[in-house]
Design a binder for this molecule. Structure first.
Ligand code: GDP
Length: 314
């Protein structure tokens, strides 16, 4: 079933093209939308809150809420990939925003992550940022993005989607437009486009649990923290999990603490359902690729198998 009140979106951007600013402005816009909520100073690369709470979870995911829909914003490492991190992280997403500076156009790092997003089959929206910059050429940057996607082997469907889904933005000024010369002075066109046309996850919260760990964080207080998307079923704090390792060996482990992402970063919760992203505390020695499932009804894991990590240098 479609989880209509959820979206999982990755942001792909070259360093300095405005990812942090964009996410900050989206948070502010949705905070304002929720009305009377105090606007939080919150940027992707701040982890002070976790530090205060003794949980140093560094993965840079956050989520925003807009018109009753939770949008998980999945940060992708912008650098060359060691151990297949980009591929794994992108698998948590159903769609991606390709964020590109209107003056500079797509850059080498954009190319690297974009290739993975295309291969993962994600729907890709193009966001041309910094259209306020003197000398910016938004249309040209946009065409360069389409050419690059074609070069990297995007399918006709992906290209068509990208042609129909482009936003021209100035994150620093907090606006997003359907055409560079529009008058819009807010971020809502981008948020509406995400809600309307990015796919909702297709998953069954009542099926047996299947979650795969794609990122591991470590805290001196709680040990290893396994982060990943719940593919089916629902994970609860207090559950006992069957953990299936990459080599096929298994162990059982308790869910001591469970976290979900929200606009403040990470929040402890009682359950996380299929389609959403969870952080699990309590699985000693958990590794990337581990599958968490229900000992009473372990799921067939083939569809979410992850290739052994590879070393790729671009
Ligand atoms: P990140 O490395 O992709 O996270 O980029 P940041 O969000 O940190 O932005 C890099 C620089 O670009 C900062 O100095 C921002 O203020 C600036 N910036 C971000 N968005 C815009 C924009 O829309 N227009 C202009 N002129 N500058 C921007």
């Amino acid at each position: 079933m479609r989880i209509e009140n959820l979206r999982n979106i990755a942001i792909i951007a070259h360093v300095d093209h405005g990812k942090t600013t964009m996410v900050d402005k989206l948070l502010r816009a949705t905070d304002a939308f929720r009305a009377n909520q105090q606007v939080q100073e919150r940027v992707l690369d701040s982890n002070d809150q976790e530090r205060e709470r003794g949980i140093t979870i560094l993965a840079k995911n956050i989520s925003i809420e807009y018109k009753g829909v939770k949008i998980n914003v999945i940060d992708t490492p912008g650098h060359a990939d060691f151990g297949g991190e980009v591929e794994r992280v992108l698998r948590m997403a159903d769609g991606a925003l390709l964020l590109v500076d209107a003056f500079e156009g797509p850059m080498p790092q954009t190319r690297f992550v974009l290739r993975h997003a295309i291969d993962t089959g994600l729907k890709i929206m193009i966001v041309i940022n910094k259209i306020d910059r003197p000398g910016a050429e938004p249309e040209r940057a946009y065409n360069d993005c389409l050419d690059l996607m074609a070069d990297l082997g995007a399918t006709d469907e992906q290209l068509e989607f990208a042609m129909e889904h482009v936003i021209f933005a100035s994150a620093v000024n907090g606006f997003a437009r359907l055409h560079p010369s529009d008058e819009t002075m807010d971020m809502y066109p981008l948020l509406d486009m995400i809600l309307d046309d990015m796919p909702a996850p297709d998953a069954d919260p009542d099926a047996p649990l299947a979650m795969q760990c794609v990122t591991v964080d470590h805290s001196n207080f709680v040990g290893r923290i396994g982060i990943g998307r719940v593919w089916s079923g629902t994970i609860h704090a207090g559950d006992t999990l069957l953990v299936v390792k990459n080599d096929g060996s298994t162990q059982t482990a308790p869910v001591k603490q469970l976290f979900t992402f929200d606009y403040l970063g990470r929040t402890e919760c009682n359950s996380v359902s299929a389609g959403d992203i969870a952080a699990v505390v309590g699985i000693e020695g958990t590794d990337i690729g581990d599958v968490y499932t229900d000992p009473a009804s372990p799921v067939d894991l083939d569809p979410i198998e992850i290739d052994p990590p590879t070393l790729s240098i671009v």
